[in-house]
Write a protein that binds this ligand. Structure first.
Ligand code: ADP
Ligand code: MG
Length: 700
């Protein structure tokens, strides 16, 4: 007798469960997605003991009739696709038909569902009990339209899995993060999360994402965010079109559709230790994607320190044919048909938004935030996308003249235990780092804010559903903005760096900071980093159009290097030369510098040179994580060289400046793309706003 056997459905389901459900949060994810696919407008999630004891999700979606309810627990049973072709354009969150049978094979499940009397359906509801994959009861029951699924005793029959569960508070935090994310993506729906008798999330329908952010994270976070919106037709760049004689004249030319990005991004002053505060949704699906994370990091490059991460909430929309969602059992990864086009679009969209907004850093807010990175919006170590944390190493940049204080990269490592600060559930508002924010200034351009809001509210929020054609249009509640979000938006006054050029320089503080006044208040400008930013952008720009001006040294400067530094020097020599250096090896461990960029001399010249070499060496060692290493290396190297030259030739602190020179510096700074931060991420100009001043003097 042969040794090969076909596994029973029960075993097959348990194996599938290993991929799909590995903790309470992943059960919540699958069930939430089903509710959203069912067109639900109200979703209530209850958990007990972090979901280990009970997870119950109730929705008011389309429900199931008795036959469907029975089928739903069969393996590969789905209402969301029929043919393999449908896989190419999936508009629902689910499609694999695996979740319910998998969950039912490792827990005790109760399903209560009814379709309601609409559309001539039999309104009788169904109540079903399943334990460890076996149906125990199926009964008729009088129930309202919708579905409630209770999952009790998760992994009761798979003790090995149960052992992997973490502390209740940890599992609860994961569930919370997950519900939060879905609530952010669907502001027009009502989400609730309850644990024991505490309400952790309570988000009634609102019309705009900004209001949802306010509901979930509160005013302080909303104040730190700026809207972004961009849209472009999706040309099929690089994809072969069939030649005209091969096209079917009957078939209309397919419009490849549009690519849209809308969402919110943080001002440079708000920095996080890890990328857990970057939320990316593609067609409303929460995903982790290295490519997009990289695009976001690139957009912030040389604006925030390479060891810090922004808060970004991005909703990317594209025709479903453009993205393959069937690449991961938990559906947290996707593959784009035109990856690099999307990467560049996101990077450029964000970068342009940053350049246009030029948000002024508030003096009081800056005391608390930059450059000290504060933890992410979600408690440490919690990512709703388990196991999918893309580890994308940002390429290191040279440290500033003084090292920037920030946590080591290991802060990214998963730390599951919640600190006491986070463990106590707080009603309604999540206990997310209130202390790291201060009510301060909020800058945003009104027009942009409106575009983003319109985009987020319109097309983007079309419900996807698995119940068509019975599916109802989701009811978008057009409630008036709550007074608090309105207030935040009212404070979106023009506190930007757009008027830098017209500021009046009053003088210097200890020969290091320029004090200047304008309509909006009192400005304090760090003269060193301001000049550094000016030089950095100038060098990068000149580098692409002509040779950088160089000056010959009267005597060659000799620089001693270690053997490995000599190796790195050989790799960067060409770039150094393009930037105005003339350097030659002089003996086995010595370099002779014969010419250097204007403004760089003596010790500063030596430091700039060794800095470039050291950083390039480090970068080469840690760069295997980045894919297109060739290009990456080159542009990173260019920026590094520019940053080093800029840093070491910029006006130093403790340098007296005459009024003309101060004015010149402000004018030059006004011309830069990112007058907000120096290339290493430090703030350049802080605003003590007129309002803050009036408040401080108790005049308002
Ligand atoms: P998938 O979501 O991939 O189709 P699932 O196992 O998650 O697979 O669900 C199987 C089917 O059960 C779904 O296709 C859907 O028709 C039905 N279903 C599941 N949950 C709900 C719900 N909350 N409301 C209505 N129908 C549901
Ligand atoms: Mg599903």
């Amino acid at each position: 007798m042969g040794r090969i056997r076909i596994l029973s459905d029960q075993v097959a389901n348990q194996i599938a469960a290993g991929e799909v459900v590995d903790r309470p949060a992943s059960v919540v994810k699958e069930l939430l997605e089903n509710s959203l696919d069912a067109g639900a407008n109200r979703i209530r999630v209850e958990v007990e003991a972090g979901g280990r004891k009970l997870i119950r999700i109730a929705d008011d979606g389309c429900g199931m009739n008795r036959d469907d309810a029975l089928l739903a627990f069969e393996r590969h049973a789905t209402s969301k696709l029929r043919t393999a072709n449908d896989l190419l354009s999936i508009a629902t969150l689910g499609f694999r038909g695996e979740a319910l049978p998998s969950i039912a094979s490792v827990a005790r499940v109760t399903l209560e569902t009814a379709t309601g009397a609409e559309d001539g359906q039999d309104p009788t509801g169904t109540r079903m009990e399943i334990a460890g994959g076996k149906i125990l009861h199926v009964d008729d029951a009088a129930l309202p339209r919708g579905t409630t699924i209770s999952v009790a005793d998760l992994f009761f029959n798979t003790p090995a899995r149960r052992k992997f569960l973490r502390a209740e508070s940890t599992e609860l935090a994961h569930v919370t993060a997950l519900v939060t994310h879905y609530a952010l993506a669907h502001p027009e729906k009502h989400f609730e999360l309850l644990s024991a008798s505490h309400t952790l999330v309570s988000a009634p329908p609102v019309s705009r994402t900004a209001e949802r952010i306010y509901q979930i994270f509160g005013k302080d976070t909303l104040e730190q965010l700026l809207p972004v919106a961009a849209e472009a037709p999706l040309a099929h760049a690089g994809l072969p079109e069939p030649p005209p004689w091969k096209r079917d004249p009957e078939e209309p030319v397919r419009d490849p559709g549009r690519l849209r990005v809308a969402g919110f991004y943080s001002k440079p002053e708000l920095q996080k230790l890890n990328r857990n505060s970057i939320y990316i949704f593609v067609n409303k699906r929460l995903i982790r994607d290295r490519l997009l994370l990289h695009a976001i990091t690139e957009a912030y490059r040389n604006v925030i320190p390479p060891t810090s991460f922004p808060v970004v909430l991005l909703f990317i929309e594209m025709p479903p044919e453009e993205v393959d969602v069937n690449v991961h059992p938990a559906k947290t990864e996707v593959r784009f048909r035109q990856g690099s086009l999307i990467h560049d679009f996101v990077r450029d969209g964000l970068r342009t938004a940053l350049i246009n907004a030029r948000p002024a850093a508030g003096f009081l807010a800056a005391l608390d935030s930059a450059p000290l990175a504060s933890p992410s919006l979600i408690p440490p170590g919690i990512s709703p996308l388990h196991g999918a944390a893309a580890d994308l190493k940002p390429s290191p940049e040279p440290p500033d003249s003084e090292p920037i204080t920030s946590e080591p990269a290991s802060a990214d490592a998963e730390r599951f235990e919640l600190t006491a600060r986070h463990s106590g559930p707080t009603p309604v508002r999540l206990p997310f780092e209130a202390s790291s924010f201060r009510p301060g200034t909020f800058a945003g351009t009104g027009a942009l804010a409106r575009t983003a809001a319109a985009l987020l509210q319109g097309e983007l929020l079309k419900p996807v559903g698995g119940c068509s054609p019975n599916q109802e249009e989701s009811e978008t509640s057009l409630s008036n903005p709550t007074s608090a979000t309105a207030q935040v938006e009212a404070e979106q006054a023009a506190e930007t760096l757009n008027h830098l050029g017209s500021l009046k320089a009053l003088g210097q503080l200890r020969d290091s900071f320029i004090l200047a006044t304008g309509e909006d208040g009192l400005w304090i400008i760090d003269q060193h980093v301001a000049h550094e930013r000016v030089l950095f952008e100038k060098i990068l720009h000149t580098r692409t159009v002509e040779q950088i001006q160089r000056q010959r040294l009267l005597m060659p400067l000799l620089v001693e290097l270690k053997p490995w530094q000599m190796v790195v020097f050989a790799q960067v020599a060409e770039e150094l030369e393009r930037n105005g250096f003339e350097v030659e090896p002089f003996g086995p461990q010595t370099l002779a510098v014969k010419a250097a960029p204007v403004g760089l001399e003596g010790k500063a010249l030596e430091r700039a040179l060794t800095e470039v070499i050291d950083q390039s060496g480090k970068d080469a060692a840690g760069n295997d994580a980045v894919e297109d290493a060739g290009n990456q290396d080159l542009s990173a190297l260019r920026r590094r060289v520019a940053a080093s030259i800029a840093c070491h030739s910029a006006i130093k602190v403790n340098t007296p400046l005459d009024p003309a020179r101060m004015e010149w510096l402000l004018l030059e700074l006004a011309k830069t793309e990112h007058p907000t931060n120096c290339p290493h991420g430090r703030p350049i100009a802080l605003l003590y706003s007129w309002k803050e001043i009036q408040r401080a003097f108790h005049r308002i």
